[in-house]
Design a protein around this ligand. Structure first.
Ligand code: TYC
Length: 141
Protein backbone atom coordinates (compact mmCIF):
# COMPACT_ATOMS: atom_id res chain seq x y z
CA UNK A 1 0.00 0.00 0.00
CA UNK A 2 1.48 3.29 -1.07
CA UNK A 3 1.47 6.30 1.17
CA UNK A 4 -0.36 9.33 -0.16
CA UNK A 5 1.95 12.26 -0.23
CA UNK A 6 1.55 15.91 -1.06
CA UNK A 7 5.02 15.78 -2.48
CA UNK A 8 7.20 18.75 -1.68
CA UNK A 9 10.47 18.68 0.20
CA UNK A 10 9.42 16.43 3.09
CA UNK A 11 6.68 14.45 1.40
CA UNK A 12 4.02 15.67 3.82
CA UNK A 13 1.65 12.72 4.35
CA UNK A 14 -1.95 13.21 3.42
CA UNK A 15 -3.26 10.11 5.17
CA UNK A 16 -4.39 11.08 8.64
CA UNK A 17 -5.50 7.65 9.85
CA UNK A 18 -4.05 6.60 13.23
CA UNK A 19 -2.62 3.53 11.48
CA UNK A 20 -0.63 5.67 9.13
CA UNK A 21 2.49 5.86 11.26
CA UNK A 22 2.77 2.12 11.69
CA UNK A 23 1.90 1.37 8.09
CA UNK A 24 4.33 3.96 6.79
CA UNK A 25 7.10 4.31 9.32
CA UNK A 26 9.16 6.18 6.77
CA UNK A 27 6.88 9.16 7.23
CA UNK A 28 7.32 9.41 10.93
CA UNK A 29 9.95 12.05 11.55
CA UNK A 30 12.25 11.20 14.36
CA UNK A 31 12.86 14.40 16.37
CA UNK A 32 16.60 13.75 16.70
CA UNK A 33 16.95 12.99 12.99
CA UNK A 34 15.22 16.23 12.12
CA UNK A 35 17.41 18.14 14.54
CA UNK A 36 20.58 16.63 13.04
CA UNK A 37 19.35 17.32 9.52
CA UNK A 38 18.60 20.95 10.41
CA UNK A 39 22.00 21.38 12.04
CA UNK A 40 23.68 19.97 8.96
CA UNK A 41 21.75 22.37 6.78
CA UNK A 42 22.82 25.35 8.88
CA UNK A 43 26.37 23.95 9.05
CA UNK A 44 26.30 23.50 12.82
CA UNK A 45 28.49 20.74 14.23
CA UNK A 46 26.53 18.20 16.27
CA UNK A 47 28.59 16.90 19.14
CA UNK A 48 27.75 13.41 20.34
CA UNK A 49 26.80 13.31 24.01
CA UNK A 50 29.83 11.99 25.84
CA UNK A 51 29.12 13.18 29.38
CA UNK A 52 28.77 10.31 31.82
CA UNK A 53 26.73 11.04 34.91
CA UNK A 54 28.75 9.72 37.84
CA UNK A 55 26.81 7.50 40.23
CA UNK A 56 27.20 8.94 43.72
CA UNK A 57 26.07 6.97 46.70
CA UNK A 58 24.87 8.55 49.90
CA UNK A 59 27.21 7.94 52.80
CA UNK A 60 25.90 5.50 55.37
CA UNK A 61 24.50 7.25 58.44
CA UNK A 62 25.24 6.50 62.07
CA UNK A 63 22.98 6.96 65.07
CA UNK A 64 24.23 8.63 68.21
CA UNK A 65 22.57 7.02 71.21
CA UNK A 66 22.32 8.34 74.75
CA UNK A 67 22.42 5.70 77.49
CA UNK A 68 20.80 6.11 80.88
CA UNK A 69 22.72 5.82 84.15
CA UNK A 70 21.76 6.29 87.79
CA UNK A 71 24.17 9.08 88.69
CA UNK A 72 24.32 11.87 86.12
CA UNK A 73 21.94 14.71 87.09
CA UNK A 74 19.10 15.25 84.61
CA UNK A 75 19.96 18.93 84.24
CA UNK A 76 23.54 18.08 83.33
CA UNK A 77 22.37 15.67 80.60
CA UNK A 78 20.16 18.42 79.19
CA UNK A 79 23.09 20.89 79.18
CA UNK A 80 25.32 18.43 77.29
CA UNK A 81 22.63 17.70 74.71
CA UNK A 82 22.14 21.44 74.11
CA UNK A 83 25.87 22.11 73.83
CA UNK A 84 26.95 19.19 71.65
CA UNK A 85 23.84 18.43 69.62
CA UNK A 86 22.52 21.99 69.22
CA UNK A 87 19.15 21.14 70.75
CA UNK A 88 16.87 23.63 72.42
CA UNK A 89 15.69 23.12 76.00
CA UNK A 90 12.54 21.17 75.16
CA UNK A 91 14.21 18.89 72.60
CA UNK A 92 17.03 18.13 75.03
CA UNK A 93 14.61 17.49 77.88
CA UNK A 94 12.57 15.09 75.76
CA UNK A 95 15.65 13.08 74.73
CA UNK A 96 16.96 13.00 78.31
CA UNK A 97 13.65 11.83 79.77
CA UNK A 98 13.25 9.17 77.07
CA UNK A 99 16.71 7.75 77.90
CA UNK A 100 15.87 7.99 81.62
CA UNK A 101 12.62 6.06 81.19
CA UNK A 102 13.58 3.57 78.47
CA UNK A 103 17.29 3.11 79.07
CA UNK A 104 18.44 4.69 75.80
CA UNK A 105 17.41 7.24 73.20
CA UNK A 106 18.55 7.90 69.63
CA UNK A 107 19.60 11.54 69.47
CA UNK A 108 20.26 12.05 65.75
CA UNK A 109 22.00 10.55 62.71
CA UNK A 110 25.24 11.79 61.17
CA UNK A 111 28.03 10.57 58.92
CA UNK A 112 30.31 8.18 60.84
CA UNK A 113 33.01 10.77 61.53
CA UNK A 114 30.59 13.34 62.92
CA UNK A 115 28.68 10.74 64.97
CA UNK A 116 31.88 9.38 66.54
CA UNK A 117 33.23 12.85 67.29
CA UNK A 118 30.02 14.06 68.92
CA UNK A 119 29.55 10.88 70.98
CA UNK A 120 33.14 11.13 72.19
CA UNK A 121 32.90 14.84 72.98
CA UNK A 122 29.64 14.43 74.92
CA UNK A 123 30.91 11.41 76.86
CA UNK A 124 34.08 13.38 77.66
CA UNK A 125 32.04 16.28 79.06
CA UNK A 126 30.41 13.86 81.53
CA UNK A 127 33.71 12.27 82.47
CA UNK A 128 35.47 15.58 83.12
CA UNK A 129 32.61 16.50 85.46
CA UNK A 130 32.78 13.18 87.31
CA UNK A 131 29.69 11.57 85.72
CA UNK A 132 29.33 8.20 83.96
CA UNK A 133 27.24 9.76 81.18
CA UNK A 134 27.68 7.68 78.02
CA UNK A 135 27.00 8.17 74.32
CA UNK A 136 27.49 5.45 71.73
CA UNK A 137 27.08 5.11 67.95
CA UNK A 138 25.69 2.44 65.66
CA UNK A 139 25.04 2.21 61.92
CA UNK A 140 21.57 2.87 60.59
CA UNK A 141 20.00 -0.10 58.75
N1 TYC B 1 18.79 8.67 85.30
C1 TYC B 1 19.48 9.91 85.65
C2 TYC B 1 18.94 10.36 87.02
O1 TYC B 1 17.89 9.90 87.45
C3 TYC B 1 19.26 11.00 84.61
C4 TYC B 1 19.78 10.58 83.28
C5 TYC B 1 18.91 10.64 82.20
C6 TYC B 1 21.04 10.15 83.10
C7 TYC B 1 19.35 10.23 80.95
C8 TYC B 1 21.52 9.74 81.88
O2 TYC B 1 21.05 9.39 79.61
C9 TYC B 1 20.64 9.78 80.83
N2 TYC B 1 19.62 11.31 87.64
Amino acid sequence: MRHRSAGGQYGTPLCRSPDCASLHPGYVWNIRAVSIARSAMSQTTVKPRTKVKPKVERPKLWKVILLNDDYTPREFVVQVLKAVFRMNESQAYRVMITAHQRGACVIAVFTKDVADTKAKEATELGKSNGYPLFFTTEPEE
